[in-house]
Design a protein around this ligand. Structure first.
Ligand SMILES: *Cc1c(COP(=O)(O)O)cnc(C)c1O
Length: 382
């Protein structure tokens, strides 16, 4: 027990101790200690989770349907309600893939897909900044793992060149919009790499892009025209899609391997059918949300502008870092902004590399110019 205490004290001294915040999210606001602040830490990028009209419409319809609040079992047993297969059909069709497979969360997806597809003769090659869930999937897979410097595709190519004869297959993994920097992978470049070397599968995690980017909201692969060349496209429903769960769009063959080998799919109770129906309901509305997407881009650009020279220029999306470097300075700045009515959080190691503590501002489409202007003024002055 003594060693646990020491562990926590060490974290606290470095300004890296975490705790669960006592907050009350309300609409685009967060209420904490009686103070109302603009929520700049939400993943509800389109503001859909707080759209009462949509929720009302859905629930009115859903009351008449047989949509239980629990599936009571894994999908391989008795949990596979028709809403699952309907959603998967819609996803496969939208993404132009043979198949799609729905999972309980993005974490389940990333922690399960790589171990199901990789073995000792597989090399997993990733961008250095991929999400923790992918790292955990790699650890569980037992495959050899190499990473290239963030977005350094020359280095990725050198590793491919040196490895291609040693491994039976290579899985090249990236996020499209990166969680902590808000910058965007060059999917064209990655597709070229995949095509220049044999037996390479391209795996793209679009958690932060689905809903937000692309003509019909499918993400960066849609926006960049690279969809046909992505072998495994992972998206999540808990962020812009205001629901819960995740999916992969892929070939029939890979789908069948996952159904047979993916442990988080096989050994976990499926999402409640009502939840899956809500996901379907929002997914079919996505193509019609272009106005929200454009508004979000305009607001984000104005914040990025205010943060030039402080991290804003790194971002090309609605996720905008303000790099402070030192963890404690970062905490102080977060507290300052909170006192001014802006709920932003300090992101510290180990979530980000040592010496790059930052505020991560995430803009959502239900904010307006009046919400953002005073923030920009504060940030420019800092
Ligand atoms: C949020 C996130 C996940 C995890 O998705 P959940 O549905 O929240 O478990 C996976 N990958 C990335 C890049 C994410 O940002």
């Amino acid at each position: 027990m003594e060693t646990y205490k020491v562990l926590l004290e060490t974290l606290e001294r470095a300004g890296n101790l975490r705790s669960l915040p006592l907050i009350e999210p309300y609409d685009k606001w967060i209420i904490r200690d009686g103070r109302k602040m603009l929520n700049l830490s939400s993943n509800d990028y389109l503001g859909l989770s707080r759209d009462m009209q949509l929720r009302k419409e859905f629930l009115t319809w859903a009351m008449e349907e047989y949509l239980p609040l629990s599936s009571t079992s894994s999908r391989l047993l008795t949990g596979n309600y028709p809403v699952y297969t309907e959603l998967e059909k819609a996803l496969a069709s939208a993404y132009g893939k043979e198949s799609a497979l729905v999972f309980n969360s993005g974490y389940h997806a990333n922690v399960g897909i790589l171990p199901a597809l990789a073995d000792k003769e597989t090399l997993i090659l990733t961008d250095k900044l991929v999400h923790a869930s992918l790292i955990d999937g790699i650890r569980l897979s037992g495959a050899t793992y190499k990473r290239f410097r963030h977005q350094d595709y020359e280095q990725a190519e050198q590793i491919l060149q040196a490895s291609v004869r040693t491994y039976k297959r290579i899985i090249l993994v990236t996020e499209s919009i990166f969680s902590m920097d808000g910058d965007i992978a060059d999917l064209h470049r990655l597709v070229r790499l995949k095509q220049e070397y044999p037996n390479v599968l391209l795996y793209v995690d679009e958690a932060h892009a689905i809903g937000v980017r692309g003509k019909t909201g499918l993400g960066i692969a849609e926006e960049s025209g690279t969809l046909p060349n992505v072998d495994l496209l992972v998206g999540t429903f808990g962020k812009a899609l205001a629901s819960m769960g995740a999916f992969v769009a892929c070939s029939r063959l890979l789908h069948d391997v996952l159904v047979n080998r993916m442990r988080p799919l096989i050994f976990s109770t499926a999402l409640p059918p009502l939840q899956v129906a809500w996901t379907s309901y929002l997914f079919q509305l996505l193509p019609h949300m272009e106005e929200r997407r454009k508004h979000l881009q305009r607001l984000s650009a104005s914040v990025a502008q205010a943060l030039q020279g402080k991290g804003g220029e790194i971002s090309s999306s609605h996720i905008i870092p303000y790099i402070v470097k030192d963890s404690e300075d970062c905490l102080r700045l977060a507290e300052f902004l909170q006192r001014k009515g802006f709920y932003c959080l300090a992101i510290r190691p180990p979530t980000v590399p040592q010496g790059t503590a930052r505020l991560r501002l995430s803009i959502t489409a239900d904010m307006d110019e009046e919400n953002i202007r005073p923030l920009n003024e504060l940030l420019v002055d800092k």
